[in-house]
Design a protein around this ligand. Structure first.
Ligand SMILES: C[S@@+](CC[C@H](N)C(=O)[O-])C[C@H]1O[C@@H](n2cnc3c(N)ncnc32)[C@H](O)[C@@H]1O
Length: 277
């Protein structure tokens, strides 16, 4: 089936004034959407008119990621607004949030570094008791998106390179420093699924030769920003985990690796021990 568009003739169920769920599922399945039924349900729940439904299906069939079609991504039960050119939060990253909350359930100061849409900061803010939330990203599109998602939590979002973006008032006070950094090795970026390659910026994906360039910089800078007992959490891959743990340990953090088999998620957790200078 060719992509549905307002200029191409519609399959007959679309011509009806009432949307036909089966036709939406069929169009999505034909376009190669593996979870056509689930996607159709979300699209049908989002569209307010038959015309809008047609436009949403058209965009999805033409290859736009579902989250960009809907304008939001689900993350730990929240609806996180996403925008073109901004990394779509992954379900796998929910594990980083779970681990952060287990490590620091009473955190009062939270930083979401490399925040993208701000999903991690928003999820932490939703689970904690009115924490002070700061977030930063080098990409202006991400900063704009995160400002919207963190507004209800009173979050402050800054533009700039890693810690350079943060106000000095935060230094030494951070209880949770969450950083879902880009960690795809440069040579593997072309192997990513098209939805990532074609719709997410390189700066959100490319972590340098071994994928750990940004992670190493974050680990090295973290002790200055963490409160005594504060923790740094970074997502990584199974293959990169030993080198990532090493980077944390070299920075003087008490380090462990947490793994969630179900989400295939690997999170390195480093704690600034209270005695650390
Ligand atoms: C993998 S995405 C994660 C986004 C978000 N934390 C999430 O989990 O959905 C990495 C983010 O890091 C940002 N980034 C890359 N290099 C950066 C740097 N040097 N300083 C700040 N942000 C950076 C990218 O713009 C991108 O938004």
């Amino acid at each position: 089936m060719p992509p549905l568009s307002s200029s191409s003739p519609l399959p007959s169920p679309f011509s009806a004034s009432l949307p036909c769920p089966d036709a939406v599922v069929a169009a999505l399945r034909t376009a190669g959407c593996v979870f056509a039924e689930d996607e159709a349900e979300l699209i049908l729940a989002t569209a307010r008119t038959a015309g809008e439904l047609l436009a949403l299906v058209d965009r999805r069939v033409s290859g736009l990621p579902l989250e960009l079609v809907l304008g939001w991504a689900g993350f730990r039960g929240l609806r996180i607004a996403v925008a073109p050119g901004v990394f779509v939060p992954r379900r796998r990253t929910e594990f980083l949030v779970t681990e952060a909350l287990a490590q620091a359930p009473d955190a009062a100061v939270v930083v979401d570094l490399c925040c993208g849409s701000g999903a991690v900061g928003a999820a932490l803010a939703a689970a904690l008791d009115r924490p002070e939330v700061h977030a930063a990203d080098v990409d202006p599109a991400a900063v704009h998106c995160a400002r919207g998602n963190l507004a209800d939590a009173g979050g402050r979002v800054y533009a700039g390179d890693l810690f350079d973006a943060l106000p000095d008032t935060v230094r030494g006070r951070v209880d949770i420093l969450a950083a879902n950094v880009p960690y795809v090795p440069t040579g593997e970026v072309p192997l990513l699924p098209a939805e990532a390659r074609d719709h997410e910026p390189l700066v959100a994906l490319d972590g340098g030769a071994d994928g750990l360039d940004v992670l190493r910089r974050v680990a090295a800078g973290a002790p200055d920003w963490l409160a005594p007992g504060g923790c740094l959490l970074v997502e990584t891959s199974e293959r990169q985990a030993p080198a990532a743990v090493d980077a944390f340990t070299r920075a003087g953090l008490a380090t462990r690796l947490a793994v969630c088999e179900e989400l295939y998620a690997h999170v390195v957790i480093g704690v600034r021990e209270p005695g650390l200078g």
